[in-house]
Write a protein that binds this ligand. Structure first.
Ligand code: SF4
Length: 116
């Protein structure tokens, strides 16, 4: 049975149609190869970039914004958020500083997205 989804990789937002094809899926409606990769990954192992905040000690702000440097498996969102809730960063902090290295064993770092 065909499945419809919107590609969220770029602002064009192509409407994608997926049809089962062997062990994977045939993808239609994508204007570029990234759409096919996104659609198949979304069906087999969905991932998301996680954005959040962590507490800062002695900084200009009480918290700073952070994000994963790359998408991580969607099912780990809660665990990553729990890890972030126990972090206390010491100022000064620069954009790009690593907040948690290899979060949840994903190979992806969480980094600061502002100075503090
Ligand atoms: S398929 Fe390519 S062009 Fe279309 S939304 Fe996805 S990334 Fe953008």
């Amino acid at each position: 049975m065909a499945k419809e989804m919107t590609c969220i990789v770029c602002p064009i937002g192509c409407q994608l149609t997926l049809e089962p094809e062997g062990e994977s899926f045939a993808v239609f409606g994508n204007k570029c190869p990234r759409g096919k990769k996104y659609a198949i990954e979304e069906m087999i192992a969905p991932k998301r970039v996680i954005t959040s905040t962590v507490a800062v000690d002695q900084g200009m702000y009480p918290v700073i914004s952070v994000k994963t440097q790359a998408p991580v498996p969607k099912e780990l969102i809660f665990d990553v958020m729990q890890d972030l809730s126990s972090v206390l960063m010491k100022a000064p902090i620069q954009v790009g500083d690593v907040v948690i290295k290899n979060v949840q064993g994903t190979g992806v770092d969480v980094v600061a997205t502002r100075n503090a």
